[in-house]
Design a protein around this ligand. Structure first.
Ligand code: GUN
Length: 274
């Protein structure tokens, strides 16, 4: 029987620990959340982030800007927030409208306030093992593993996906935990041959139910970072859970696995800083 890795419970545990710390130590934290345009999914994410701030005891400032906002206006707002002493975190919800250069915007955020961990300085610090903010979703995966009692050191870890937000930082974090790490992507020649080597398989490929049991070694741990809506409007991941789960020793469900961890780790970044 496999272990179901409960992201809902673990994310709640992390938020409760942070809430207690903020209250006990009287910490003053303030997160500025910027959203540009009317993307409905972004609206939901931003609201959930604001709610989590309230729960933990972090002040949040909300900037909901119109779709027509220019890059210059957005950069000016970020500059203002960079210099505001009482703001210790700045988050620009992605994606941005197509007339705005995302890289330029992320680069404008002061790395000491980069709670999303997307700034090149944060990414660079992670890759050379220096302190810095770490991207929330991969940081959440590490917490899921650790808090489920799954050893990482010395394990063969395979990450499917090489995005800047998940795949690359995920690999760096696993490496930092002393795993042997392989990154696979769309040009990997014999994907299954590689994924079947994994003791821990992290799937962040962005294709609904792409991974079935033929990708997985018997007894592996499988972490599913994907989230999609299927034909019937039901949420599913990159992994075909029903086919894969019986072959694993532990697996994350979708929903209720990696998803809730992203916001918990954002709260962690806001409270703990670098
Ligand atoms: N869009 C989707 N996920 C994220 C995230 O973690 N942070 C930000 N800023 N935007 C996102």
């Amino acid at each position: 029987m496999y272990q179901l890795i409960d992201g809902k419970r673990i994310s709640q545990e992390i938020k409760d620990e942070l809430k207690e710390k903020v209250a006990k130590q009287g910490l003053k934290r303030c997160l500025a959340v910027i959203k540009v345009g009317n993307d409905p999914a972004s609206g939901v994410y931003v609201n959930n982030k604001k709610k989590a701030c309230e729960y933990v005891g972090i002040q949040s400032l909300s900037y909901e800007l119109a779709e027509e906002t220019t890059e210059e206006e957005l950069l000016k707002l970020i500059e203002e927030l960079n210099t505001k002493e009482d703001v210790n975190g700045i988050l620009v919800q992605l994606p941005l409208p197509s007339h705005i250069d995302e890289d330029k915007v992320l680069l404008a955020i002061d790395p000491t306030k980069d709670v999303d961990g997307f700034h090149p300085v944060s990414v660079g610090n992670l890759s050379i093992g220096r302190p810095g903010y770490v991207s929330c979703t991969p940081a959440g995966v590490i917490q899921l593993l650790k808090r489920s009692g799954i050893e990482i050191a010395g394990k063969e870890c395979v990450v499917i996906g090489r995005s800047n937000i998940v795949g690359k930082p995920m690999s760096m974090l696993l490496l930092r935990e002393n795993a042997t790490v392989t990154i696979c992507h769309s040009r990997t020649r014999d994907l299954k041959e590689v994924t079947k080597r994994a003791d821990i398989l992290v799937v962040a490929i962005g294709k609904p139910r792409f991974v079935d049991e033929t990708f997985v070694k018997e007894g592996a741990v499988v972490i599913d970072v994907g989230i999609h809506r299927n034909e019937n409007g039901k949420l599913c991941g990159d992994v075909d859970f029903d086919k894969v789960a019986p072959h694993t020793s532990a697996i994350t469900p979708v929903p209720g696995g990696v998803g809730p961890m992203t916001i918990a780790m954002l709260m962690h970044n806001c409270v703990e800083g670098i």
